[in-house]
Design a protein around this ligand. Structure first.
Ligand code: GNR
Ligand code: NI
Length: 158
C-alpha cells in the first residue's frame, strides 16, 4: 500500500463527474487500498473518494469507526432516502473549513465490493452522512455547495 496525495479545492478535477468502473482490476484494488491507507494513517478521515486522490472513478471507502470497519463502495447507487439530519462536516479536499449540511437520516445503498460482488445496505446517522458526502464527490459536489448558509467557518485541525 502507499499513501497518495489529496487534491484540494481549486483543482478542477474535483468538479468533474467520475466514471463507472467496468472491471475491478488489480489497479482498482490497489487504488482502494491506497485510499484507505491515506484516509487512516495520514489524515484520519472517515471516508475518501477516488477523485480526491486524482482518479475519476466511481469508488469510495468509508470507515466511521463502527462495527462495519472499512467498507469499499464501487459504482454505488443510493436507491432510497428517509428523513433528514443536520450534519457537521469537513472535507479533506477543503482543508481548514467546517460547515453544516442537511442530509437524509437513513439511506439504502447498492454497490459492488472489492471482489466485484454486489451488496446492499441500510445506513443511518453518521454512516449515512458520510456515504452521502462521498457519493456527492463522484458527481463533483463539495459539502460547501450544500452547506446551510452562514455555517461554513474556519476550523483548526488537531
Ligand atoms: O474526514 C471527513 N470527515 C467527515 C465528517 C463529516 C461528514 C463527512 C466527512 S468525510 C471527510 C473526509 C472526506 O473529505 N471525504 O470525502
Ligand atoms: Ni470530502
Amino acid at each position: 500500500m502507499a499513501l497518495r496525495n489529496i487534491v484540494t479545492e481549486g483543482d478542477p478535477i474535483l468538479r468533474k463527474k467520475s466514471r463507472t468502473i467496468e472491471e475491478i482490476t488489480p489497479r482498482i484494488v490497489k487504488l482502494l487500498d491506497d485510499m484507505a491507507e491515506t484516509m487512516y494513517y495520514d489524515n484520519r478521515g472517515i471516508g475518501l473518494a477516488a477523485v480526491q486522490v486524482g482518479v475519476l472513478r466511481r469508488a469510495f471507502v468509508v470507515d466511521i469507526g463502527d462495527e462495519h470497519g472499512r467498507i469499499n463502495f464501487i459504482n454505488p447507487e443510493i436507491t432510497s432516502t428517509e428523513g433528514e439530519q443536520r450534519c457537521s462536516e469537513g472535507c479533506l479536499s477543503v482543508p481548514g473549513k467546517g460547515g453544516e449540511v442537511m442530509r437524509p437520516m437513513k439511506i439504502h445503498v447498492k454497490a459492488l465490493d472489492i471482489d466485484g460482488n454486489p451488496f446492499e445496505m441500510d445506513a443511518e446517522g453518521l454512516l449515512a452522512d458520510c456515504i452521502c458526502h462521498e457519493y456527492d464527490h463522484l458527481d463533483g459536489i463539495l459539502f460547501t455547495d450544500k452547506a446551510i448558509p452562514g455555517t461554513v467557518e474556519a476550523v483548526e485541525r488537531e
